[in-house]
Structure formats: structure tokens, C-alpha cells
Design a protein around this ligand. Structure first.
Ligand SMILES: Cc1ncc(COP(=O)(O)O)c(C=O)c1O
Length: 382
């Protein structure tokens, strides 16, 4: 086979048809013969390691169906009706197809010159999420690769805005800076503050009640004790919801505290801000309209392939402060904000065409599809 044949459109067409048939048969079989199919054909890590080595060392196998067959056999089957757990909901086949479009086109999303429509979509999606959160015009954000990175980026922005100096340029300085989050908050915050050079004291853990929700009345004491130690607290994270127990922190009272003490309020809605789409469960986020930033993962409860995280700022201008750094080979007029050159505001420069996955579902089915999924999953859990 010559090198150029690897890019042969007709070969792609044939392979694509066969592969989609194979995947559709796989989905159909899980639906119609779920009693005969396991959710997981388990193989130990060491055995899997051996298998994959053997497969790679065996003669090349260009046939597209046998190429992927081991993965259809052994990867956990999230479309199996008996599949339960692992936090992320099941990918809608249309969103998977959009991923194929995104991968064939494969533009980078860091700069408008490459990402054009995908970049614009990121603005539109985050503006619509902001509207659902009850935020005024001027709120906006972007998509990023996962909740962990979304939370880190939010805290980096909060630090730059709240620390009272140019931390991005000069570093953290002498005073210990910190954020507060519940004992049950996701470990990404612990990683975020350590990555920001704040050490383990960069995260103050606030006690929770018997339902694992932050006790807002405990914030005052945590803040006073931190101040006594000479720590400057910059903000509070509300978990909406926690990973282990699905508990929603009471955002309203936390927002009262943040307003009274001039602190940034970030809502970690990686898992649970999906209820923005649900009339029935939206009340769990009461108070989010007063937050400064939030994230929501479409790849958790909103049916897209991994990863698609939206990071939204109530004051969209703040997002331009996070990385006040020049990259002259990418953008000429560095003084300008250029909302459409996303790499100025995202931790990543190159990132995948993730907005097309959200677009596909939103455009084809309307946002009601997210509401239906969230309501269905929440009622299953109850
Ligand atoms: C509440 C919460 N925040 C953040 C994250 C991190 O998200 P990701 O796994 O997309 O990095 C998770 C993931 O489990 C989560 O449950």
C-alpha cells in the first residue's frame, strides 16, 4: 500500500460504512440480547497488558472491523441496560458521530484562524449556560478538557482577580493565599492549589452536615482562623454536587458569606450543574446566579463523549485576566482581548473540537434532550 492510499477517500468511505455497521450491531445486540451479554468481560490488568502487546506484535491487521473488535469485546459497555455507575452517562450515538466529524476536520481550537465556527460555538454555548444560570449579559466563557482543568482555570482566574496584585507576573508573594471548599469537595481543588504553589494550606476544608453538604455557618470560623494565621482567603468553592454522595452545597447562604466578605464564589457543577436544564431539579442550584464562575461537564450527565467541560464567568472580562501573557507567534495585537482567540484564556492551547459534540445534540434535539436525560437519571437514582 502506498503512503497516499492511507488518505484514500474511497477507502475511508468503505471502512466508515463497515465500522458504523459494526458499532450499530454492537449497540443493537446490547439492547436486544442483554441477558446474553455481560456489561464487562473482565480481564486482569496484567492479562490485558499481555493481550495488547500480543496484538500489537501480531501481523498488521488493516481490516477495520477486526481492528477494533477487541475493544468492543472487552471495554466496559455503557450502553448495556444493566450498566450502572462510573458517574458518566451514556453517549448519544449522534454525539459520537459528531466526534467523527470533529476528528476528520480536526481544527485546533486555540485560535480563530483554525477553529472559527467551533470557537464561536464555545462562546454561544457558554453564553446560553450563563443565561440558564440567571447571569446578566457580559457573562461568558469557553470549553476545556475536563472538570479538573476547568476547576484549576477558575481558581487561577479567581486568584489573579482577588489577590490584589499581579500574581501571574510576580508569583504568590509572602502571604499564604487560600480557597475554602467542603471536606467533600473534589480532589481537583487540592491538586489545583498545590499546582498554584499554595501548598496543602492553600485549601481550607469546611465541615459538612449529615448529608455531606457544606455547613455555611462554619465558614465564618474557618475564615477567622485563617486570618489569624495570616492567610488571605480569596474565595469559596460550592460543590454542586459532590462526587461521592451527590450532595449539593447550599449556594445561597454561601453566596451571602462571599458577598459579605468580598470573596470569589466558584461552583463546581462538573457533575450536578446539568440540572440547569431541568425544571424539576433546577432548585438544587438556587443561588448560582450570585456566583462568579461555574463549571459543568457535558461528558458526565449530558450525553457527549469525553471530554467537554464548560467554564463560565459571570463577568466574562475576568477570564481575560487569568493568563496575561504574550504569545506573539499566535496573536499580533496582544493588547486586544480578541475573545475569538481562545488560547489567550484557556490553559490549553490546542484542544479538540469539543463544541461540535454539544452543538450536534442541541441542534438536532434541542436542549430538552438534556432535561430528559437528567430527569431520567435522577429518577433512576431515587
Ligand atoms: C464534582 C467533580 N468535580 C470535578 C471533577 C473532575 O472532572 P474530570 O474527571 O472531568 O476532570 C469530578 C469528576 O469526577 C467531579 O465529580
Amino acid at each position: 500500500m502506498s503512503f497516499s492510499e492511507r488518505y484514500d477517500p474511497e477507502e475511508f468511505r468503505q471502512n466508515g460504512h463497515r465500522l458504523v455497521d459494526q458499532l450499530a450491531d454492537y449497540l443493537l445486540r446490547l439492547r436486544q440480547h442483554s441477558d446474553e451479554e455481560k456489561v464487562l468481560n473482565y480481564r486482569s490488568p496484567d492479562d490485558s497488558y499481555r493481550l495488547m502487546n500480543e496484538l500489537l506484535d501480531a501481523p498488521n491487521q488493516p481490516d477495520v472491523t477486526s481492528l477494533f473488535e477487541p475493544f468492543l469485546r472487552e471495554t466496559i459497555r455503557m450502553h448495556h441496560p444493566a450498566y450502572l455507575g462510573h458517574q458518566t452517562s451514556v453517549v448519544a450515538p449522534l454525539a459520537a458521530l459528531s466526534e467523527l466529524v470533529g476528528s476528520v476536520l480536526d481544527p485546533g481550537m486555540g485560535v480563530f484562524e483554525q477553529g472559527n465556527l467551533g470557537v464561536v460555538l464555545e462562546r454561544i454555548i457558554t453564553e446560553r449556560l450563563a443565561a440558564l444560570a440567571g447571569w446578566p449579559e457580559g457573562a461568558s466563557g469557553f470549553l476545556t478538557s475536563g472538570g479538573t482543568l476547568g476547576n484549576l482555570t477558575a481558581l487561577l482566574c479567581a486568584r489573579q482577580v482577588m489577590a490584589g496584585g499581579d500574581v501571574w507576573k510576580n508569583g504568590n508573594g509572602q502571604q499564604q493565599l487560600a480557597f475554602m471548599a467542603s471536606e467533600q469537595s473534589h480532589y481537583s481543588f487540592d491538586r489545583a492549589v498545590r499546582s498554584m504553589g499554595l501548598g496543602e494550606n492553600g485549601l481550607i476544608k469546611v465541615p459538612v452536615d449529615q448529608h455531606y453538604r457544606m455547613k455555611p455557618e462554619a465558614l465564618e470560623q474557618c475564615l477567622r482562623e485563617a486570618q489569624k494565621r495570616g492567610t488571605k482567603v480569596l474565595g469559596v468553592v460550592a460543590s454542586s454536587c459532590t462526587t461521592a454522595t451527590g450532595s449539593y452545597d447550599p449556594i445561597g447562604p454561601i453566596a451571602d458569606f462571599c458577598e459579605a466578605n468580598k470573596l470569589w464564589l466558584h461552583v463546581d457543577g462538573a457533575h450536578g450543574a446539568c440540572v440547569l436544564f431541568s425544571k424539576k431539579h433546577r432548585h438544587l442550584l438556587a443561588g448560582i446566579e450570585r456566583a462568579d464562575s461555574f463549571i459543568v461537564d457535558f461528558h458526565k450527565m449530558l450525553m457527549t463523549p469525553k471530554l467537554v467541560t464548560a467554564l463560565v464567568f459571570r463577568n466574562g472580562q475576568h477570564s481575560f485576566e487569568t493568563f496575561a501573557q504574550k504569545a506573539s507567534y499566535l496573536w499580533e495585537q496582544d493588547e486586544e482581548q480578541e475573545w475569538y482567540n481562545l488560547g489567550k484564556r484557556t490553559y490549553e492551547l490546542t484542544k479538540s473540537f469539543m463544541s461540535i459534540r454539544v452543538y450536534a445534540l442541541w441542534k438536532a434535539y434541542g436542549p430538552a434532550v438534556f432535561e430528559e436525560n437528567v430527569d431520567r437519571l435522577y429518577s433512576l437514582a431515587q
